[in-house]
Design a protein around this ligand. Sequence first.
Ligand SMILES: Cc1cc2nc3c(=O)[nH]c(=O)nc-3n(C[C@H](O)[C@H](O)[C@H](O)COP(=O)(O)O)c2cc1C
Length: 514
Amino acid sequence: MKNRDIQSAWKYHDGTKHSYWSVRNNPHFLDWANRPLSFKIYPTSEPIALPRDVPQTGVAALAAISARVPLAAGDSVPDLRDLARILYFSAGVTKQRKYPGGEIYFRAAACTGALYEIELYVVTGELNGLGAGVYHFNPADVSLHPLRKGDFRGYLARAAAMEPAVVRAPATIVCTGTYWRNAWKYGARTYRHFGWDNGTLLANMLAVTAASGLPAEIVLGFVDAEVNRLLDLDTRREVSLCVVPIGHTAESSLPALREAPALGLETIPLSEREIEFPAMLEMHDASSLASEDEVAQWHQGGRQTVFTSSAPAGEEVSLQPFLEEEHPKDTIEQVILRRGSTRTFDPTAAITFAQLSTVLDCATRGLPADFLEPGAQLNDVYLIVHSVQGLAPGAYFFHRERKTLEFLKHGKFRAEARLLGLEQQLPADACVDVFFLADLNRILEGYGNRGYRAVQLEAGAIGGKMYLAAYALHLGASGLTFFDDEVIQFFSPHAKDKSAIFLLAIGKALKRKP
Ligand SMILES: Cc1cc2nc3c(=O)[nH]c(=O)nc-3n(C[C@H](O)[C@H](O)[C@H](O)COP(=O)(O)O)c2cc1C
């Protein structure tokens, strides 16, 4: 079983680290004439327009981010309007901006380089307003493109080894990653970006499904080849990353199994030429599950891996989040439309400890995922605090279960943060930088190589929740990339033996003078 040979994940991780020298010696350049198309277009299938006049949920953003929808006794079944809301606020175009070479269509969730390599598909039974089938979501014209007619939920459920949430779901969204669309800029590091960018999108998706009163879960346990076949993917170019069952029926209504023959549907090429990065194909192959048995082992491995952070050794400060009645009332939809990565932070600004506490608290209450026991988390959260009223500048470790920050070292670390964040000004000018670090050894031993997918995805999803929480509080945020080993050195000895996974800066946007 390739998934158990965890040297593969280590090889990929170590081979895609950024360091001072790797960045300077990288011969890669951006070939603008060959920039990939940011939409997947099927020229031959007739699209079904999604409704655009979908009513807002009215649910406040912070409640939607923190909420988990309990399974109701009855059925909760999405209709076409729910699907339209979920797809649009996860991956829809929310802004567009011209630049000298063309136009960028910005989407609902943050994405490295605004390259939007994550595609969404829907596998559904008969819904109010939509026939059973397999569809591709095209954000360019807000439509669904039918790939297969008929109910293929039984096929998907078998691929997920009859995972209960998939078995009972009236509809399931499948997220895929398209290598070249992101690798055009980021090369082999794109496999990490798959997790991050899929994660930020999932943060939106989970918040909007919760606000719509629909249960949803992230499922990473599935036979890769089966799901890829169902979506008719060319797997050298695009691969399934996760499936998200939406809604729940008390009785399983799965139809009889049916076959999914190859379709060979035509799609518009992304670029004139594409470059393949073997390290990513190898990483994907090594983390693929080949049989239902392997899927079952994946679930078991997760349950057996216990994550508890060590007891605090130093001084602790308890979080002081806002009370729920003090939360801003803006709806999750309003906040998603307002969100956009901060391009320049105001280095003279400060946020309050209540704001920081609220972001940390709302974003880390646990993800509904098949690889996590309730309340568990793979990533550890470390902070560099620059300017937070009521909290001394310095480095901290976040004890999630205790809701406290443990003091690691005092000091003003703006210059260090600039260096750790790939010598960019954003992490130096932010009020706080939130680092996600993980004990990769332990994760890979528990889950195999697929644990690497899980830890990147989880960081992206929690980071995505932090993005939304920051914007709900009228703050700014930006995801960032980083020098791997330098991050670990900075937080050591506490972070000894961990690996750097993700970085998010939070602060206040610099207001430009008129
Ligand atoms: C995981 C992640 C890493 C990012 N890294 C950087 C970065 O290193 N530098 C930067 O300026 N922006 C970074 N961004 C911000 C993206 O460029 C931004 O999300 C993208 O342009 C889309 O714009 P929007 O977030 O305003 O919608 C990152 C975003 C994400 C999600």
